[in-house]
Design a protein around this ligand. Sequence first.
Ligand SMILES: Cc1cc2nc3c(=O)[nH]c(=O)nc-3n(C[C@H](O)[C@H](O)[C@H](O)COP(=O)(O)OP(=O)(O)OC[C@H]3O[C@@H](n4cnc5c(N)ncnc54)[C@H](O)[C@@H]3O)c2cc1C
Length: 397
Amino acid sequence: MIDAARGPVQSLDMTHTTDVIVVGLGAMGSAAMYHLAQRGVRVAGFDRFVPPHAFGSTHGLTRIIRESYYEHPRYVPLVQRAYELWADLERRSARRLFHQTGGLMIGRKNGVLVSGALRSAREHGLEHEELTAAEVHSRFPGFVLPNDMVAFYEPRAGILDPEGCVDAHLQLAVAAGAELHVEEPVETWSAFGDRIRVATAKGEYDAARLALCAGAWNPTLIDDDSVSLRVERQVMHWFTPAREAELFSPRRCPIAMIEYAPDRIFYFVPDGGDGIKAAIHHEGELTDPDRVRRDVGNDEVDRVTELLETYLPCAAGERRRSATCLYTNTPDGHFLVAPHARHADVLVVSACSGHGFKFASAIGEAVADLMMGVPRPDLDPFGRERLAQTSTARSLG
Ligand SMILES: Cc1cc2nc3c(=O)[nH]c(=O)nc-3n(C[C@H](O)[C@H](O)[C@H](O)COP(=O)(O)OP(=O)(O)OC[C@H]3O[C@@H](n4cnc5c(N)ncnc54)[C@H](O)[C@@H]3O)c2cc1C
C-alpha cells in the first residue's frame, strides 16, 4: 500500500504540478485516470501514442472476460468487481462495451483449464455446467471435439471491446477534469523529497504520486532489477468461416479456450462482424516493444488454421488479417500491482501476463484507492515479494 499514513494528496498550485501522474494510458492507465478524476483528484496522464492504438497490448477488437478463473480462484472477486464496473462504464458512456456469449473451457478433465475453472466455480459457488464432447457438439455445433475431451461451460463469459473501453475511460476522465498528454512519452522519472518528477521532451511535471502503467514498456521504465518482466510477441488472426457461418455468430456461439496439449492453449472468439478470431495463448518469441517483428509468417497462420480445423472444422475459411500484440509476463504468470522497491509513492501496475484486460476497470479502481491511501489487502497476492522468491512456479498461494 502506498504511504497510507499521509492520507489523500494535498493540491498545490504550481504550473506542471499535480496530485497524481499516470504514465501509459492503455487498459490500466486509462481506467486509473478515470477513477482518480471521478474522485476529484488532480491527475495528469501521459502516453507515447494516441490511445487507443495498436502498438501495445490493448487492440484487436475483442478481449475475453470470464468469471470461473482457471488461473486461480483468488481472481474471482476482482473479476466480479470488474463486471460491475464495466456495466457502470457502459451506462456512463452510453456505449455497448460488453457482449455476453457464455464461455467454454475445453480440454482433458485433469488439464489446467477444466480443472482450474471447476476449482474456481466450486470455491465461489458460480453457475456452470460440465459437458461431454458430444454434448458440446449438440449444443454448439461449430465445435467437434475428440471424445476424450470435456468442457466446462460458464454463462457469464463474453467479449469486451478493448479500444472502446480505453476510449470511454479517457473521455470520461477528461470530462471530469483529468489532463491528457498524448504523443508525449515520459523519458525519465525521479523522486526528490516527497515529490516525484517526470520528464518528457516538452517539459517537467511534478506530482505527489506516480502510477507506472506503461505495459510492455514498464520493464525498462520501472528501473527495478528485483523484478523480472518479459515481453512476449503474440499474433491474433481473423478468418471468414468456411461454412455454416451462422454457427459462429456470438448469439449462438460462446467464446472458447482449448487446452490442445498439456498447458498449451489456444482461444477462439465468435464472429461479431470482423470474422472469427483465433490465437495461441503464449508460445511467442521474447521481444522489445520498440523492435517488434510485426510481419506474420505463413507458419504462424498455418498453426492456428490447423488447430481450428481440428476443433472447429467449419471455422477456418479465408484468413482476413493477422495482427501482433504484446504480453508483459511476470515469472509466475500472475499480476504485479505493487509499490516500487525504492519509492513508496510510485506504484508499478503490470497487470498483464496475457490475461489482464478483463480486470482493467477493477485495477483502475484499485490504483485510485492505493493512490489515496485506501488499503487494498486483496491485492497483496500481486506484490513483488513472491517474484523475488520464485522463478517459474505458478505461485499465488
Ligand atoms: C493478443 C492478446 C490477446 C489478449 N487477450 C486477452 C483476453 O482475451 N482477455 C484479457 O483479459 N486479457 C487479454 N490480453 C491481455 C490484456 O490485453 C493486457 O493485459 C492489457 O491490455 C494490458 O494493458 P496495459 O495497460 O498494461 O498495457 P497497454 O494497454 O499496452 O498500455 C500501456 C500504454 O503505455 C504507453 N507507454 C509506454 N511507454 C510510455 C512512456 N514512456 N510514456 C508514456 N506512455 C507510455 C503505451 O503507448 C501504451 O498506451 C491479451 C493481450 C494480447 C496481446
